[in-house]
Design a binder for this molecule. Structure first.
Ligand SMILES: Nc1ncnc2c1ncn2[C@@H]1O[C@H](COP(=O)(O)OP(=O)(O)OP(=O)(O)O)[C@@H](O)[C@H]1O
Ligand SMILES: O=C(O)C1=C[C@@H](O)[C@@H](O)[C@H](O)C1
Ligand SMILES: [Mg+2]
Length: 160
């Protein structure tokens, strides 16, 4: 969460002249509400079900650069759909670097609300195992989004 998937995907899509789709953005449009309000009004399960429905459908379409939400891979079937149909790029960040981003994301990520820094670190470490399956890993510490994109283009062979 907050590692830069949306930012990097948008730049990557522009570079490759591919369509960019951000799943959180699609969900927000469907509900006509920002993510925190969807969580507040309908609960996390409704958000997660919509996330699964959209990702399952959109990952079957070719040619797109898709950024999923930070919690999408918590659902095993989403992870499997992505690994089967897409090139999955895992952006990896250290907790130290992530902490410096916190002020940028804290208000818009309901999963972080009310958590102490220690609890966030616990969640951060727990999630690492969930992201372990992927096709390409890029370390983003101390790199700007353009540098991350450059590395993806050098290292990655993306599916059509
Ligand atoms: N390489 C980077 N260096 C510094 N700041 C960055 C970098 N990439 C993204 N950011 C900033 O970090 C914040 C979170 O980025 P972004 O929304 O792209 O993350 P995300 O991985 O899509 O998050 P989520 O999992 O919640 O969808 C934004 O304010 C963005 O401008
Ligand atoms: O990491 C998460 O669980 C989330 C990340 C965001 O992208 C949103 O999908 C939502 O805030 C949940
Ligand atoms: Mg995002």
């Amino acid at each position: 969460m907050g590692v830069g998937k949306t930012t990097v995907s948008k730049l990557l899509a522009a570079k490759l002249n591919r369509e960019f789709i951000d799943i959180d953005e699609v969900i927000e449009k469907e509900f006509n509400l920002p993510v925190p309000e969807i969580f507040q009004k309908f609960g996390e399960k409704v958000f997660r079900d919509k996330e699964k429905e959209l990702i399952t459908r959109i990952t079957k379409q070719e040619g797109k650069i898709i950024s999923v939400g930070g919690g999408a891979f918590l659902q095993e079937n989403i992870k499997n759909e992505c690994l089967t149909n897409c090139t999955v790029i895992y952006l990896s960040i250290s907790f130290e670097n992530w902490k410096d981003r916190l002020s940028l994301i804290i208000d818009s990520r309901p999963v972080l609300q009310g958590k102490t820094l220690g609890e966030m670190e616990e969640l951060f470490n727990k999630r690492k195992a969930i992201y372990a399956n992927h096709h390409l890993q890029i370390e983003v510490d101390n790199k700007n989004p353009e540098e991350v994109v450059k590395e993806i283009l050098i290292k990655g062979e993306l599916k059509k």
